[in-house]
Design a binder for this molecule. Structure first.
Ligand SMILES: Cc1cc2nc3c(=O)[nH]c(=O)nc-3n(C[C@H](O)[C@H](O)[C@H](O)COP(=O)(O)O)c2cc1C
Length: 178
C-alpha cells in the first residue's frame, strides 16, 4: 500500500501546479507515493493518506472530486484548492466547509490549503461587458482582483503548499510513532 496519493482535478493547470509541489514535498521514497489526475484516471489507488485537490467552481469542488471522496474510507485526507477570489480566512473557511461535507466521517481529516489561481481571459471580458453606471465600482474591484490573480500560483504559493504538505506529513509521522 502507498503512503501517499496526491489526486487532483485541474482545468487550466493552477491546481496541477500546487499538486506537483505537494507531491515533491512529501518526505517518502518515489515508490511510496503517487500523483494522479482525477480527470484522467478516474480512480484512486490504495494509500494511507490522500491529498485531494480541486479548482473552486461556484464555491465548491466538481462532481469528479465529490465522487472520489465518496470512495475514500478509513484513511487520512487533506484537501487543497486554487480559487480566483482573494483567499481570505473567511473565504477559505467557507470553501473548506462546503467541500469537507463530502469527506466521509470514518476518515481522519487533516486540513485544507487554499491559494489564488489565475482565471481565464473570458472572465475579464465578461466583467467588462457587464459594466454600467451603477456597478462601475464593483466591476472595477472584480477586475482588480482578476489582475491580482494573474500571477498566481506564484513562488510563495508553491512554497506555502510545500510547507502545508511537509507539516501534515510530519504530524502524521509523530502520531504514527515513527
Ligand atoms: C466555471 C468556473 C467557476 C469558478 N467559480 C469560482 C468561485 O466560485 N470562486 C472562486 O474564487 N473562483 C472561481 N473560479 C476560478 C477558479 O477557481 C480559478 O481560476 C482556479 O485557480 C482554476 O484552477 P485550475 O487551473 O486548476 O482549473 C471559477 C472558474 C470557473 C472556470
Amino acid at each position: 500500500m502507498l503512503k501517499y496519493v496526491v489526486a487532483f482535478s485541474s482545468k487550466t493547470g493552477n491546481t496541477k501546479a500546487i499538486a506537483g509541489r505537494i507531491f515533491d514535498a512529501l518526505p517518502v521514497s518515489a515508490e511510496e507515493k503517487e500523483i494522479v489526475d482525477i480527470g484522467e484516471s478516474g480512480f484512486l489507488m490504495d494509500a494511507e493518506t490522500y491529498f485531494i485537490g480541486f479548482p473552486v467552481h461556484r464555491m465548491t469542488c466538481g462532481m469528479d472530486v465529490i465522487d472520489s471522496l465518496a470512495d475514500l474510507h478509513e484513511v487520512s485526507i487533506a484537501l487543497f484548492a486554487t480559487c480566483g477570489a482573494e483567499p481570505t480566512e473567511s473565504y477559505k473557511k467557507e470553501i473548506e466547509q462546503n467541500v469537507r461535507a463530502w469527506v466521509e466521517d470514518d476518515n481522519e481529516y487533516l486540513g485544507f490549503f487554499l491559494c489564488q489561481g489565475r482565471m481565464q481571459d473570458e472572465i475579464r471580458e465578461r466583467y467588462d461587458s457587464l459594466r454600467n453606471d451603477e456597478n462601475m465600482d464593483a466591476i472595477e474591484k472584480m477586475i482588480e482582483n482578476f489582475d491580482e490573480a494573474l500571477s498566481h500560483p506564484d513562488e510563495l504559493d508553491l512554497a506555502d503548499a510545500s510547507f502545508f504538505a511537509k507539516t501534515l506529513a510530519k504530524g502524521k509521522d509523530v502520531k504514527d510513532g515513527e
